[in-house]
Design a protein. Sequence first.
Length: 369
Amino acid sequence: MKNVYIVFLFLLMTSCNTKENTQVEISDEIEVKLEKVPKLNLEEANRLAELPLACVGTEYPNRLGQTLGGDKDLKSPQELHPTFYGCFDWHSAVHGHWSLVSLLRQFPDLERANEIEAWLLNSISKDNIEKEVAYFDDKNNKSFERTYGWAWVLKLAEELNQWDSDVARQVEENMQPLTDLIVDKYIDFLPKLNYPIRVGEHPNTAFGLSFAYDYALTLNETELKLLIEKRARDFYFTDVGCPLGWEPSGFDFLSPCLEEAALMRRVLSIEEFKLWFEEFLPQLKEENFNLEVGRVSDRTDGKLVHLDGVNFSRAWSLNYISKDLEGYKHIKNLANKHINSSLPSIVGDSYEGGHWLGSFAIYALNSIE
């Protein structure tokens, strides 16, 4: 009987050890779902082109963001902004134009290519741009669209510069006075900014600097490039432990942590960035790192639909951060997850998101290598 009891105890202990080991093996084995890689092909480009085409020439509803100096300033959106009067607000009209240029540059065979070219030549005319520039000369509106709208102007200018087309050359020339004005505004403003703005909406400093830096690099604007490199280091180089778990806020369409990281990926060497990033967001190095997508509860609410935007902007930041960076390829799958979450919903949906989300989707899709 004693021997039987000993055997029983041995079998019980063996069973417990086996079960414990199995549980450890299972808990250590994280199943990562491989997301389908979204693609910007001609079919998708035609689908997304419908969004800016539906709004760049649609004047109302409109949110001007204007500071009135008197009754004389009360004019219609198209009178105030003959180029960028559609798409609900000025900055959305700017990146609506960028969307059309980006799509046409990549896909010359777009179904509505002729219509897009005609619109660009008519909208971004010399006379219209002179009136856009004049708006910034008003003493009450010198900081208009700082820096979100400024950033999209430079992104549009960069895209025009990269488009090999007679239409692009004409439109780029027409737009040059506004482009030059925005460059000057960055150079004037950045030395005065003592602290970065770290929100998840329009004023985010890292976003504004990233797009301006891309322009400066592409167009060889050395003064702007060096200034952004200096200010990025001033603002962010000592940052550690960014609270990514606090994101997103209810109205975010940008990720403060990831936008900052994407900017520093631009201005630092790979070696320097890797050391900085391991202190700034150490959790992203883990192969099982996950970040839940932004959830939109009501796409007819102009603020709540921002969460679709945060999915796209997170994706383009993650893709930029991981570019040529050893040990971070897994976050590309996370970027795909974010794009796939919002891409099916934005075409044919409400105007509250449709007037701007196409640009975010296109930029996110362009970030995929």
